[in-house]
Design a protein around this ligand. Structure first.
Ligand code: SF4
Length: 266
């Protein structure tokens, strides 16, 4: 059983910063190949894929977007698309009518306001219909190399478990966590936290007994502490299954990761 810090005692700001950075360093060792789990080849594809990822898995989006981008490769194509055709393609993603409206509306705005280019600034990205700060930071961090913190559901859950912040609103969480790290670390930090949330520190049954950062975690024991039972809860490549991308980065493949299967293949 991992040696955990328990019971948790209040800590100074300095101790919190040290512990937060240590968690990030340890997660970097566990997930040296952490990357955005949406397949994309350019900012437009990442923007659309991020919008499609609401209420579904990145895997399902990755299995759906190849057909979408083969048929509508640039914003001009999607802006002028027949909605029924797009709906058919997006059906596997769920909420396909609303998502069709979103991606067509988004493409129209790109064409009309940004000459068909995805803008590389936060204040411009959030002006696009259906694009909030979370989506904007995903695009900025991963398609433009600008540091950003992605406060998704995993991020929110984990940073609260780790007592990095007690804030509950995404914007405030982003500011509070951002203040613990240098800006240059933000994008990788987001990947590490989200990867840990997907693979080990799950919402319902976190695999505490198989968790490499248990000694640094105030919430150790919230989930399964028996190492053998905890191991069975691990997901994706930690649990012996492929990751979510059909076309993962080379570093992931070099580390033994496997590409996810296309739609309809088990
Ligand atoms: S799995 Fe358990 S020990 Fe690990 S980070 Fe999550 S709550 Fe903490």
């Amino acid at each position: 059983m991992p040696k955990a810090v328990k019971p948790w005692k209040p800590e100074s700001r300095t101790a919190l910063v040290r512990r937060a950075r240590k968690i990030n360093r340890e997660l970097a060792e566990v997930y040296p190949y952490a990357h955005p789990e949406l397949d994309f080849e350019n900012p437009f594809q990442l923007l659309v894929a991020t919008v499609l990822s609401a209420q579904t898995t990145d895997l399902r989006v990755n299995q759906t977007t190849p057909a979408l981008f083969a048929r509508f490769p640039v914003p001009e194509d999607l802006a002028a698309a027949n909605p029924e055709e797009v709906e058919e393609i997006l059906r596997p993603c769920g909420f396909f009518r609303a998502k069709t409206r979103s991606v067509i509306g988004l493409s129209k705005a790109l064409v009309e306001d940004f000459r068909g280019e995805v803008p590389g600034k936060l204040e411009e990205l959030v002006k696009l219909p259906g694009v909030g700060r979370k989506t904007a930071f995903v695009v900025l961090g991963n398609a433009f190399g600008r540091p950003g913190i992605t406060v998704d559901t995993h991020f929110q859950r984990l940073v609260r478990r780790w007592k990095w912040t007690e804030e509950t609103e995404p914007d405030k969480i982003e500011a509070a966590v951002g203040s613990l790290f240098p800006k240059s670390a933000w994008t990788d930090l987001s990947h590490h936290v989200i990867w840990h949330g997907r693979r080990i520190c799950h919402a319902r049954r976190p695999a505490c007994g198989a968790c490499p950062i248990a000694p640094l975690c105030p919430a150790y024991g919230e989930g399964e502490t028996d190492p053998e039972k905890a191991k069975k809860l691990l997901k994706y490549e930690k649990g012996g299954f492929p990751g979510q991308r059909l076309k993962p980065p080379q570093a992931y493949l070099d580390a033994g990761g496997r590409p996810a299967p296309p739609l309809g293949v088990a």
